[in-house]
Every structure is written in C-alpha cells, then in structure tokens.
Design a protein around this ligand. Structure first.
Ligand code: CA2
Length: 146
C-alpha cells in the first residue's frame, strides 16, 4: 500500500510568507513542505507538496493521487469557494482527504464561509496558521498507520 501523501495547494499560495503576513504568517510553502515531510516521517509517510494557480492542474494532480497516494491534504485556496470541479475530482479519490485553511475563514468575508470541498473532506482544519498542515499530517498518520 502507498505511504505517499499529496499536499495540494491552490491559487496564490506560492506567495505564502512573501505577502500579507498579518493574515497568512511568515512561513513559505517550502517551510510547510519541510515541516510536513518531518511530521510524515514520524509515521512512515512520505509527502509531495504541489501548488498551482490553475484549477485543471489541481484536478490532474487529484487524478494522479488516485494511483499514487494514500491520502490528500488540500488547501484549495479560492477554489474552495467556487469549484464543483475540484469537489468532483476529490469524490473519485478513495483515501482520506483533509482540507486545510491557514486563516480562520469563518471570521472573514461571508463568501469564504462556504466550502464545496468540505462536502468531501473527512476532516477540516481552519485558522491554525501553517501549523494546520502539520496537524493534517498527524491526523493522516493516525488514520493510516493507527
Ligand atoms: O486561509 C486559507 O488558507 C485560504 O484557503 C487562503 C486563500 C483564500 O482565498 C481562502 O478563502 C482561505 C487565499 C490564498 C492566498 O494566499 C496568499 C498567501 C500569501 C500572500 C497572499 C496570498
């Protein structure tokens, strides 16, 4: 069985740590990748962190995960609130899915309060900053490795 976790990130998250630190903090996506790799290793899990500004690319990676990954951590960014296509792709994935949002979306604009992805996610982590990714990895460690 695969021990690989896909960590997928949506539009503008390539700017993490470089803009709007008051909302998203100072850590970069490379820092997140390193932390997830370390947390995964505690559970014998490997990680691949990917980011795209393009909806179709994220969908292609979800399809790839069907063959290669035991679980998915996903921060779909703005696609969270708009994309039935990302939801449909996640519905074809058989393993556990954890949705992560760095900011506390429910304290923000009302359009951020609804998530299509939450209709599929097995767990949702919101407002814990980039630590949310580590918590997601820890959760998948427990679910997949007992
Ligand atoms: O809180 C989150 O993680 C979000 O998924 C982030 C999205 C936003 O559209 C969601 O409502 C909540 C935005 C990602 C933008 O990322 C940036 C990071 C640094 C600087 C600028 C944008």
């Amino acid at each position: 069985m695969s021990t690989l976790i896909y960590i997928l990130n949506g539009p503008n998250l390539n700017l993490l740590g470089k803009r709007e630190p008051e909302i998203y903090g100072h850590d970069t996506l490379d820092d997140v990748a390193k932390r997830c790799e370390e947390t995964g290793a505690e559970f014998g899990l490997q990680t691949t962190l990917l980011q795209s500004n393009h909806e179709g690319q994220i969908i292609d990676w979800i399809h790839e995960a069907r063959e290669k990954a035991a679980g998915i951590v996903i921060n779909p960014a703005a696609f969270t609130h708009t994309s039935v296509a990302v939801l449909d792709a996640l519905n074809t994935f058989e393993g556990p899915v954890v949705e992560v949002h760095i900011s506390q979306v429910h304290k923000r604009e009302s359009f951020r309060h609804h998530s299509y992805v939450s209709l599929r996610a097995d767990a949702v982590i919101v407002g814990c900053g980039v630590q949310g990714y580590e918590l997601a990895m820890r959760h998948l460690g427990h679910v997949l490795k007992g």
